[in-house]
Design a protein around this ligand. Structure first.
Ligand code: SAH
Length: 250
């Protein structure tokens, strides 16, 4: 289970924090570290000393230009943020995340991404809206932001507790229906937007959070690969039919 969990750090600016994250991960048995557009060097004296012996994770870490690339193969993405948003995203606690993990990690192709933001500005709305859920670590409302490595430590601990409790429990039956990956979902959202523009339901000049709201709806439904294919088929048929109508009208 733990090998199917990826820690994704976006735009980190302090090497020491990346080292602290590597240490927190290795303590809890996590090893898959992905860095998205880091704003600092990864291997420095600071990061190596803060990793305190877990620096192999720094050397193994994958580096990506975009969040999409870092989580393309992920079947569940959860964004960690201290802040609530104007368009609220489904919010869970670290414990609720832990309860979901054994089920989410059942299949060989399951990949769970835990996504963390920048030290100065956290995750953008667009980044959070690429995640299925928003995990918030309960904190003092007047001082809610943890240090990056400390936030990773809390979630990594919950991952370990979930893994330990699973080792005691009876094996969960394997569900054969494969979840859509992040990449498949993103292709669907692009297609959906094109089709909604074609049928003049969506005006990109006046977006009114439409795509964000639709994202939230579809991500909540956790579509499987087969369901994604059906939905994309419906969009193609809609586009075809809309095209015919415009042709006959002209
Ligand atoms: N100042 C930033 C917070 C940066 S802390 C802001 O306004 O959002 C760096 C990262 O640690 C955050 O992006 C988030 O991923 C994680 N983090 C910090 N505190 C958290 C909390 N209480 N709950 C969930 N994640 C948290």
């Amino acid at each position: 289970m733990l090998e199917r969990i990826r820690i994704v750090l976006i735009g980190t600016s302090h090497p020491g924090n990346i080292g602290g994250v590597a240490r927190a991960m290795h303590n809890m048995g996590l090893a898959d570290l992905a860095l998205v557009a880091p704003r600092c060097e990864v291997i420095t004296q600071d990061s190596i000393s803060r990793a305190s012996g877990a620096d192999h994770l720094l050397h193994q870490a994958s580096v990506h230009a975009t969040l999409e690339e870092a989580v393309a193969d992920c079947t569940l993405a959860v964004g960690a943020s201290a802040r609530s948003r104007t368009l609220p995203w489904p919010m869970i606690t670290p414990r609720e995340l832990a309860d979901r993990l054994p089920g989410e990690c059942q299949q060989a192709a399951s990949r769970v991404a835990l996504v963390f933001g920048r030290e100065d500005s956290g995750l953008t709305n667009a980044e959070l809206q690429r995640c299925h859920a928003h995990v918030h670590i309960p904190t003092n409302a007047d001082f809610s932001s943890l240090n990056l490595a400390a936030a990773v430590q809390v979630l990594a601990y919950e991952c370990r507790m979930a893994w330990l409790s699973q080792a005691d429990a009876a094996p969960t039956p394997v569900d054969d229906d494969e979840q859509a990956t992040h990449e498949e979902l993103e292709r669907y959202f692009e297609h959906l937007e094109r089709a909604l523009i074609a049928i003049e339901f969506h005006d990109p000049a006046q977006p009114r959070q439409l795509m964000a709201r639709l994202r939230r709806l579809y991500l909540r439904a956790r579509p499987e690969k087969m369901e994604m294919n059906i939905l994309r088929g419906i969009l193609s048929a809609t586009e075809k039919s809309a095209g015919k109508k415009t042709d006959s009208a002209s």
